[in-house]
Design a protein around this ligand. Structure first.
Ligand code: AMP
Length: 396
């Protein structure tokens, strides 16, 4: 069997993992340890078409990684192929503009970036330290969500606030979903030769959502900011709005600014407008049975996505390709159609038959013949990208 990589995405209360072989092409096993830190935590393994769930008596991150190690001990044919571990890291600040082999300096650097990702980065460093302890001797690599956007120019990444906030505190746009955008850019170049020398727009639409403009293979602007709250309306996040609302909400509800921010993070977006769900599929079903608020939420989501696609497009010479990805972008023909309807002034048009019948999980070109832009659906694969970076870096 070929060499394999363990990919770990360690969050504050969950830990997702996968083992990929054959240069990231084959997923041998994947799973998630859920509700860590609570009484109901469990770990699930998906292997060989079977799903097995084990309750975790000790709901710590360390115990979750210990279970992965035990599972590997019971599957020596896979364990013997393991050559490295790749970690997804949300925030790399200005320190990390590409994936790196992890040493103590890197761990310290990730800790330094925690001020902008207080829930994520401490969980990542915890996951890295536990993995070093339990898989001693295996090289480990950190792959950052922000790294792909380090090519933005100051006109795009600076906020129009007093400059000392940037100089002293590094307050600026960082952007996220970079691993997904990088994957899409490379995948597109395989199916649309020359696209790495053209202008590409990508809408990554999942529970979290952002847009990215890619100029000649490099990120030139993106909708998320210093945190993943800016930009598009999302499952539970508001996205961009007038910052004054923060103080209006805290006054109206008699709550602190942090509590008001929590409302913008967790109770807004599709959930806040529909007053039903943050889940696109649930809202589409509700809309089909006549729920007008579900329809309004989906239409607002589409309108705001279109707006942020156009906004980042100003950094391109031309819009040669538009790619939809993420759970909503890949699966919702209603959302794709509505977004493209809002983009008609830019001559971006889709073929409704191709859009409605796009095969699930596959790359599809859904443009109409009169569209100036090629419109694509490309399923994203961040784990693949993490595995590939890990292999590349541990071979040096
Ligand atoms: P992600 O965060 O990329 O996993 O995407 C999650 C989002 O994708 C949720 O809002 C899901 O409802 C949505 N989604 C997944 N499958 C479908 C589908 N078949 N139709 C519409 N939305 C979907």
């Amino acid at each position: 069997m070929k060499e394999s990589i363990l990919v770990i995405n360690c969050g504050s209360s969950s830990l997702k993992f996968a083992i990929l072989a054959n240069a990231g092409q084959d997923t041998l096993v994947e799973g998630i340890a859920d509700r860590l830190g609570s009484d109901e935590s469990s770990i699930t393994f998906k292997y060989d078409g079977q799903k097995s769930q084990i309750p975790l008596k000790d709901s710590s991150h360390k115990n979750a990684v210990t279970h992965i190690k035990q599972w590997l001990n019971e599957h020596p044919a896979i364990e013997s192929t393991l050559v490295g571990i790749g970690h997804r890291v949300v925030h790399g600040g200005e320190t990390f503009s590409q994936s790196v082999l992890i040493n103590q300096d890197v761990i310290d650097g990730i800790k330094d970036c925690a001020q902008f990702a207080p829930l994520h980065n401490p969980a990542h460093t915890k996951g890295i330290e536990i993995a070093f302890e339990l898989f001693s001797g295996l090289p480990q690599v950190a792959v950052f969500d922000t790294a792909f956007h380090q090519t933005l120019t100051p006109e795009q990444y600076l906020y129009p606030i007093p400059m000392h906030f940037y100089r002293e505190h590094h307050f600026r746009k960082y952007g996220f979903h970079g691993t997904s955008f990088r994957y899409i850019s490379q995948k597109l170049a395989q199916v649309a030769k020359g696209s790495d020398q053209q202008g590409v727009l990508v809408a990554h639409l999942g529970n979290g959502a952002s847009t990215c403009a890619i100029h000649h293979g490099q990120s030139s602007d993106t909708s998320m900011g210093i945190t993943p709250l800016e930009g598009l309306m999302m499952g539970t996040r508001s996205g961009s709005l007038d910052p004054s609302l923060l103080s209006f909400i805290s006054q109206a509800e008699n709550i602190s600014a942090d509590e008001a921010l929590e409302i913008l993070y967790k109770k807004s977006g599709l959930l806040g407008v529909s007053e039903r769900s943050n889940d696109c599929r649930t809202l589409e079903e509700a809309m089909d049975s006549g729920d007008q608020k579900a329809k309004l939420a989906l239409d607002m989501f589409a309108a705001r996505t279109a707006k942020h696609l156009v906004s980042v497009a100003i950094t391109l010479d031309s819009i040669d390709h538009l790619v939809f990805t993420g759970g909503i972008g890949e699966n919702s023909h209603y959302v794709r159609r509505t977004i493209c309807h809002y983009l008609k002034a830019f001559n971006i048009r889709i073929d409704s038959t191709l859009n409605d019948n796009a095969p699930r999980g596959e790359i599809a070109n859904i443009s109409s013949t009169d569209s100036k832009t090629d419109v694509w659906i490309i399923p994203t694969n961040e784990e693949f990208m993490i595995a590939l970076d890990t292999i590349r870096l541990i071979q040096h």
